[in-house]
Structure formats: structure tokens, C-alpha cells
Ligand binder design. Sequence first.
Ligand SMILES: NC(=O)C1=CN([C@@H]2O[C@H](COP(=O)(O)OP(=O)(O)OC[C@H]3O[C@@H](n4cnc5c(N)ncnc54)[C@H](O)[C@@H]3O)[C@@H](O)[C@H]2O)C=CC1
Ligand SMILES: O=C(O)C1=N[C@H](C(=O)O)C[C@H](O)C1
Length: 269
Amino acid sequence: MNDLPGIVITGASGRMGQMLIQTVQESDRARLAGAVERPGHDWIGRDVGEAMGGAPLGVTVTDEPLEAFARAQAVIDFTAPAATVEFARLAAQARAVHVIGTTGMSDEDIAALEPCARHAVIVRAGNMSLGVNLLVQLTKRVAAALDEDFDIEVIEAHHHHKVDAPSGTALMLGEAAAVGRGVDLREVADRGRDGITGPRQRGDIGFTAIRGGDIVGEHDVLFAAPGERITLRHVATDRAIFARGALRAALWGQDRKPGQYDMVDVLGL
Ligand SMILES: NC(=O)C1=CN([C@@H]2O[C@H](COP(=O)(O)OP(=O)(O)OC[C@H]3O[C@@H](n4cnc5c(N)ncnc54)[C@H](O)[C@@H]3O)[C@@H](O)[C@H]2O)C=CC1
Ligand SMILES: O=C(O)C1=N[C@H](C(=O)O)C[C@H](O)C1
């Protein structure tokens, strides 16, 4: 075993889980210290490399997260809200940095992270890519520069497996637009148009979700006024951008005090 920071990947068999395992394996700054899946999953007990269809990596997939976390310096977690809340508790117990990519978390789920962040570093973002976090900053600036003559709409598109809407990224962009405009997103968000909706309310921030095929993730922020439109756009074509960002967050978190952080902190934007 070498002395590089050890990383555990939860949701090891998932789309992001497998991408993260590959990213950590290829890194010369971290080592794969564990792979976790849910109880009953058919990868439990198998070498994770072989389960992924490749060479053995010497890491056995486990359904005992605490045991795995206790042997690691960081946990990278792209799973599901209930699992993430439990992993936050266990990562805090193990004093491991917890990088959370999971989206669709409720206000209660997010509140449950607070006591865990008193004991360990949590880095959480609905999108770990450099491009989207830059787009968040741009959205804030453009929204601050424009008045309510510009209707703001966030349009996102994802693959047909995605279970939450609007996407975590869309919510980050909506929040950035609201902050830029100096309003509370909860008061102006329009998330579900159907039927006779009446005309658009001035000042609303609208959300539209497209689901289809293998779209990795596309986000537009539209500012539409009489006579002109501005669109800010990010298109992800490879999940590696999220995995690279997550690994960067796991390494950045090693030198930090316990608390909650996001990718703007990690990237210094
Ligand atoms: N923040 C970001 O940059 C990104 C976030 N995501 C988010 O990451 C999450 C996962 O996305 P995908 O990999 O596409 O989904 P997926 O469905 O392919 O993978 C989720 C994995 O988590 C596992 N899992 C569920 N409950 C578990 C538990 N209790 N213990 C251990 N493993 C458990 C599942 O078995 C599955 O393997 C979603 O919330 C998605 O929105 C996805 C891409 C980028
Ligand atoms: O589920 C996904 O795939 C993605 N989820 C994140 C989100 O909800 O924004 C990030 C990315 O767009 C891919």
C-alpha cells in the first residue's frame, strides 16, 4: 500500500461510480481504497475491476460502508438522497472528507448534513464540472445586470435514466439567477407548467426538463426580453468532467477544517 490519500467510491456499479473508479485508478495523486454498493447488489464480494469487466484492482465491493470509510481519507458519493444522508453520518464518524454529487436531495436531507459537517469536511455540488461552476458565476452576473424585462428560464436535458427534476445543476443555475437578481428562488420558481397556466408572471424563474436517450447533461439559461434574447449554455459530453471535479474536491478537502463547502470553494471561482 502507498501513502496517497485513499478514496472510497459509493454506488460503485453506477454510471458515475464506474467513471469515478476509473478516474481514481488513473490518478497519480490518489489510490482506490474501497468500493461500496447497496446490500443485495450482485457486485458485493467481487473484485471491483473484474465486476466492471476489466483486470482485478485488488478492491472487493462491500456493503459495509463504515468499515471501508475507516480505512480511507475521502468518500466520493454519487448515489441517492437517503443513502447520501447515511453516508454523511458514517463519513463524519470516520473523519473522512465526504464529496457529495448526489442530486434530488430534499431540504430535510440537506439539513441532516449540518451536524455531520461539524466533524468532517463535506463538499457538495449538483455539478462538479469546471464549466458549469463558471456558468453559475456568469449567470449571477448577467442576472444582476438585467431587470425583470428579461424573463429567466433554465432549460435542462438529460438521459432517460435520470430520476430527479429539475436537475441539481438547473437548481444551482436558478439559485444563481435569483441571487443575482436579489430575490428568493423559493418565491419565484415556476417548476411545473401544464394546462391553462395563465400568462407568465413577471419576475418568475422557470424550469423545463427534457429526458431522452443518452444525453449526458445540457443546461441553458435563457434571458428573454422584448426584442432580444441571451442564452448561456453548457453541454457535457463526457461524465469524466464530473469525476475529475469530484476527485479534485476530495484532495482539496484534505487540508480543510470541518464544514460544508461547494465547488466554487474548491475551484476558487
Ligand atoms: N454532481 C455532479 O456533478 C453529478 C451528479 N450526478 C448525480 O449522481 C447520482 C448518481 O447518478 P448515476 O451514477 O447516473 O446513477 P446510477 O443509478 O447509475 O448509480 C447510482 C448507484 O448508487 C447505488 N446506490 C443506491 N443506494 C445505495 C446505497 N444505499 N449504498 C450503496 N450504493 C447505493 C446504486 O446501486 C447505483 O449503483 C444522481 O443523483 C445524479 O444526479 C450525476 C452526474 C454528475
Ligand atoms: O444525473 C445525471 O446524469 C446528472 N446529474 C447532475 C444534475 O442533476 O445536474 C449533473 C449532470 O448534469 C449529470
